[in-house]
Design a protein around this ligand. Sequence first.
Ligand code: MIG
Length: 686
Amino acid sequence: MIKLYRFGRPFATEAVVEALAPQPAETLPYFSVQNDGCGFSCELGKETAVYGLGEAIRGMNKRGWIYKSNCADDPSHTEGKHSLYGAHNFLLIAREKPFGVFFDYPGELIFDIGYTEMNTLQVSTKEANLDVYIIDGDGLEDIVRQFRRLIGRSYIAPKWAFGYGQSRWSYYSEDEVREVVRQHRENHIPLDMVYLDIDYMERYKDFTVNKKTFPQFQEFVQEMRQQNIHLVPIIDAGVKIEKDYSVYEEGVQNGYFCKKADGSPFVGAVWPGKSHFPDFLNQKVREWFGKKYAFLLRQGIDGFWNDMNEPAVFYSEDGLKNTFSELKKLEGQNLDMDKVNHFRGLVNDLSNNPEDYKSFYHNCDGKMVRHDKVHNLYGYNMTRAAGEVFEKLEPDKRILMFSRSSYIGMHRFGGIWTGDNCSWWRHLLLEIQMMPSLNMCGFLYAGADIGGFGDDTTADLLLRWTAFGIFTPLMRNHSALGTRKQEAYRFPEAMPALKKLIGIRYALLPYLYSEYMKAALRGNLYFRPLAFVYPQDKQAAEVEDQLMLGDELMLVPVYTQNASGRTVYLPEDMKLVQMRSVSDFTVETMEKGYHYVPAALDEVVFFIRSDRLIPLSYGGECVSQVDFNHLRLLGNVQTAATYQYYNDDGSSKDYENPAHFAEITMSADSRVSAKGDMCLQLESAL
Ligand code: MIG
């Protein structure tokens, strides 16, 4: 049961797809309202867990910290921070009678979850204009399912995008990309995608290709396709100010960029230097910018990643001017503590400065709306711009799209990656903890930069991260310019194991894809905290480093260095699977309780629940080589088990049309060996 309570006059974020009649605001349950609708507080029982918030730091249970919804380009994801790139204002309060709450508010919003007062949840906004949705239901999953229906179906990626992708900021030329592909193919490391970071563009201008380094782009895209590789270019939010650059010229002529109060377009610097920022909150601008992607689509590109769309602003023209004049005043002075701090701050505070976000406006149906009031909608609407146009240009073809910044609502148009993490063990754990929270907010096609983006990775971190990454829908190894090179083949000692681990991803694909599709089409969670599956089990509720995947698996990733295994908690008897390759694995039944499970660096370790089955393929070096109809079953069958297998052509969008998909119930009794050697030939031709 979902009810809407409207405060003031909310901005239409279009996060929600179902129109509900608002209830009187003063009847809002669970919360007491302060400050005329800018403050909401709710008492939490001592042991009440709070879930949700999507892309955020810290654990799955969000209690004990203060989070700020304020999409931020901050690559330092440490525990003391409050915001990451997304703003996902959905919470689940896991009381005896649980409820969900969505604060649909596009500006800065604070969730104080037992930070100021340990047993109080306090939510505050800058203005009392917002929609609050309260969702009651039969347990946490039911509440999530209702919420997901409210916000609309999650984005579905093409099947090839469930393969493995390699990326790095600094693939400068066709030849460098060719080399990456050659290394993978020659070493038989499976691969489906190579990502093109900003280096493919001409002077970091969107919708251009550097003619010197990628001279025959269209041919190159084809050449890669012949090797079963999809090239996935990046698109940045800022548009370079450069005479005769058509995107800039058209944007200025039509008034499509965000404007300052005086009507002139706002100038901020990003990679291309001084840039303007398309007013994505305006429908006409979305259509214009979205159509620009056709420049790449026409050349055979079928996937994109949208970056810098918080939007990141290194400095504004006005901010820089002001900084130089302030610096002048300090020249020659004795910089004592206060002054040195002021001096440092002048330069450090130039980036992503809140004052800049107050200095430009969006044209929303003729009304000028100051950016900071709708800040969290910018990345959402950049991605929506592309999504809406793709719908028109390619109504029946899935195009890969994921974004850095997001708001709930964007999940209908693309996935997300979790931005600039670091090659830190702690960030592997952070990803594990973030994935189910993202799913609750509708983001299913998600993943982190495997191996870590910033700082230098190590072979063991890359192995452990890959062993977890094989389960995330978006599986991409990405690293920053200047860091240690991170492709699997750069680690000769680890490569044989990395190759096998990635191979396991391809063996698991029929299962993972089936689970993804069921999650997207039915509003299920792909990843769940243990607490969702075992609500009565107090120990399970405290587990922050294991995940349920679908109804079948429990993942127990190793995320600490120099460990030869880890302690796991089993809420029920399960079967341990230690997998070294598609055909080399051992299984062992374990009883409910705590166990130490050995996990070598070259192994994936997970559990199968009792009386469950999963389908496995025979593998492949790219998704198109994987046979989704010729399967083996891996099971933990005590008496009998069934699995609901979903498969489709992986490219069309006609999800409801039975001609495009098949759903098959597989069943097995206890005669099926847990080794998974039962073959199954599916008759349906897909
Ligand atoms: O400020 O395009 O998160 O994945 O490699 C850095 C360069 C800009 C940030 C993205 C990252 C990408 C990088 N970009």
